[in-house]
Design a protein around this ligand. Structure first.
Ligand code: MRU
Length: 362
């Protein structure tokens, strides 16, 4: 992997922030582990490098890792296209790389959804390796573009739930950095801000990886949207002080009944919002909805290294010899969710019916 410094790309989106880009050389990933101190892009050249980048969270956020997975398959196809493998041999090698990409992070369903879309291309009739590479490239670019379009629609639908001059609280980073562009929860923020510059945005810092402090504040500042940073344990106090009118978060996987896995701490936030009568919304594209999974207790929850909670900047912050529990996500039961904002509109309870309808209308 090569680090290359580059200024933020101009974009036709209403966000200057772009997390990933497929080029002739490979995939440029904005290194999210380095933000906000350094804005640097890393050139990913192989499927293995892409798998490592997903696992180490150089790229993160459910839709973004789906797109990264699809681009990882393209990198695989490029590598095998350059050899003298037959079409069948090339297809099998690409499948092996797709399985490796699937081993990286278990919770966000977008990764598996995107890899399944790429598998459909592998199964489609093609006659020569060049055609297979073209089709895979076209499909991955389409997945990326459709995610951007979905975020723009989510923003439009979601802005309607944000009252004039509202305080909006969000958790983790569900922004341009976490998607193809524009963002889901932050797409709602961007669209609401475009209509009403008096809204107040609050970002939870999001222990332990600090996606709220490092990434959400950075991307909102980049786009000129004022944001107030709070620590995770301040949301109750903020709501008591009546500063929050609506909570909007992203999602990693939503099951058929509306239960939602998102960054650890989301469930706490939903309970506090419920206690204060503050509406709690989830913003996510249909690619985040796992309509085949019935309930949230079936969602595989990633556990990450204890280093994430035992140290800050490499310095130990607890006694040696303690035990750790570090789940990266939690599941918010559907009963605490006022609505699920998708590109097709806002699904309301009962989700079993409203989500199924979104899929049958597709
Ligand atoms: O561990 P991360 O940073 O990948 O977790 C990200 C989140 O939980 C986001 O809220 C979610 O993926 C939605 S991104 C639009």
């Amino acid at each position: 992997m090569n680090a290359i410094e580059k200024s933020l790309p101009d974009s036709s989106l209403s966000s200057r922030v772009q997390a990933l880009e497929l080029t002739a050389e490979g995939v440029n990933l904005l290194d999210q582990t380095a933000l906000p101190l350094s804005v640097s892009y890393i050139l990913i050249r192989t499927a293995q490098e892409m798998a490592d980048a997903i696992e180490t969270m150089l790229v993160r956020g459910a839709p973004a890792i789906g797109i990264a997975g699809a681009y990882g398959v393209v990198l695989s196809a490029r590598a095998y296209f350059a050899t003298d493998l037959s079409l069948d041999e090339m297809t099998e090698k690409i499948r092996q790389d797709a399985r490796m990409l699937a081993q990286t992070r278990p919770t966000a369903v977008n990764l598996f959804w995107a890899l399944a879309e790429m598998e459909k291309v592998l199964q489609s009739p093609v006659s020569i390796p060049a055609e297979l590479l073209d089709r895979l490239t076209e499909k991955a670019r389409q997945i990326h573009q459709e995610d951007i379009n979905a975020c723009l629609s989510i923003g439009k639908h979601g802005a309607a739930v944000v009252p004039q001059g509202a305080g909006i609280l969000t958790h983790c980073n569900a922004g341009a950095l976490a998607t193809g562009g524009y963002g889901t929860a932050l797409g709602v923020v961007r669209s609401a801000f475009a209509q009403d510059a008096t809204i107040q945005v609050f970002a939870d810092e999001t222990r332990p990886r600090l996606q709220g402090a490092r990434l959400t504040t950075w991307e909102l500042v980049e786009d000129g949207i004022p944001v107030t940073l709070v620590t995770d344990n301040m949301s109750g106090s903020l709501m008591q002080a009546k500063k929050v009118d609506v909570v909007v978060v992203g999602a990693d996987r939503i099951t058929a009944n509306g239960d939602t896995a998102n960054k650890i701490g989301t469930y706490n936030l939903a309970l506090i919002a419920h206690a204060h009568g503050v509406p709690f919304y989830v913003a996510a594209p249909l690619s985040t909805i796992d309509i085949t999974m019935e309930t949230g207790d079936l969602i595989p929850i990633e556990e990450r290294s204890s280093d994430e909670i035992s140290t800050v900047n490499g310095e130990l912050l607890c006694a040696k010899g303690v035990n750790f529990f570090n789940p990266a996500f939690d599941v918010t039961p559907a009963k605490y969710i006022a609505g699920i904002i998708t590109e097709k509109g806002i699904a309301r309870p009962p989700y079993q019916e409203s989500l199924a309808k979104l899929f049958s209308d597709k």
